[in-house]
Design a protein around this ligand. Structure first.
Ligand SMILES: O=C(O)CCC(=O)C(=O)O
Length: 273
């Protein structure tokens, strides 16, 4: 039986991981992606699946299918946690995810966006092209500034268009050539109830869904507080029912001051935190 240790020679230094969170963080740092599985109970997953459908119906009802399709937004539900389903607030605060993020991002981080993502059956959608989650950016960072945690509401399989990634591409400024992408892309199969954790600079794309059912996910982008949120969460959430930790995560402490007076007042508050 294997001891689980790799054999080596001439190696003076080797990283050690003593928890599954450290293993996930190591994989994200090195190759840009990892699976953090078993992050919620069957009952919580069923609640999330049902809440996803409720929010989708209300969202399409509010903004209209024709309008959403015209702007290529029909397969996305923006700011999931702001539509009155507490399951998505809870998901964004998931303890397994928080432990992992604290290993990956130095200092404080903020939820930049939480969106429902639907990869429809036999139809194109707006995540089905290679991209970074910090789009239009071509720098390389020595440590992650932003992490995407893509929660799988359904199983991700090759048939239903599981996400493809280009391993290590968070460390390259440019997207590889067409031939390189084709030869080196990896499709990530993952069980419902897992997070796929990506360095936001990793090139990735949703796959082609050849199954009869949509494949649903909830993406979360967490960033250092320097980035502006995709949609201002403090303006769209009732902060009074949130813990201080949740308020911090959702950006209540990072809204830019509207005046010098407000800035000075916020400095005073920071010194007492
Ligand atoms: O649907 C997918 O598999 C990919 C989702 C995605 O690209 C994203 O959340 O940025």
């Amino acid at each position: 039986m294997s001891s689980g240790r790799v054999e080596s020679y001439g190696v003076l230094r080797q990283r050690q991981c003593t928890s599954r969170y450290e293993t996930v963080a190591e994989e994200v740092r090195e190759r840009g992606y990892a699976i953090l599985d078993d992050v919620c109970s069957e009952a919580d997953l069923a609640t999330l699946s049902e809440a996803f459908e409720n929010v989708r119906a209300r969202y399409v009802g509010a903004y209209g299918e024709v309008r959403l399709r015209a702007i290529d937004e029909y397969h996305t539900i923006r700011a999931m946690l702001t539509h009155g389903e507490n399951a998505f607030v809870k998901l964004a605060l998931n303890e397994h995810l928080m432990t992992t993020l604290k290993l990956l991002i130095d200092g404080r981080f903020v939820l930049n966006q939480q969106n429902g993502v639907i990869n429809p059956s036999r139809e194109k959608y707006n995540q089905g092209k290679w991209h970074r989650d910090l789009p239009y950016q071509h720098f390389v960072s020595s440590r992650p500034l932003a992490i995407n945690a893509l929660f799988c509401i359904d199983d991700f399989t090759p048939e239903n268009g599981a996400t493809h990634v280009l391993p290590g591409s968070h460390k390259s400024e440019e997207l590889g050539s067409d031939a390189y992408v084709e030869r080196n892309k990896v499709q990530i199969a993952a069980k419902a109830g897992s997070f796929i954790v990506l360095d936001c600079m990793l090139y990735h794309t949703g796959g082609e869904n050849r199954s009869d059912l949509p494949r649903r996910a909830v993406n979360h982008v967490f960033t250092i507080p320097f980035f502006k949120q995709q949609i201002q969460l403090p303006n769209n959430l009732d902060g009074s029912s949130l813990s201080p930790e949740a308020r911090d995560l959702f950006g209540f402490n990072y809204v830019e001051p509207a005046s010098i007076e407000e800035y000075l007042a916020s400095r005073g508050q920071k010194l007492t935190r």
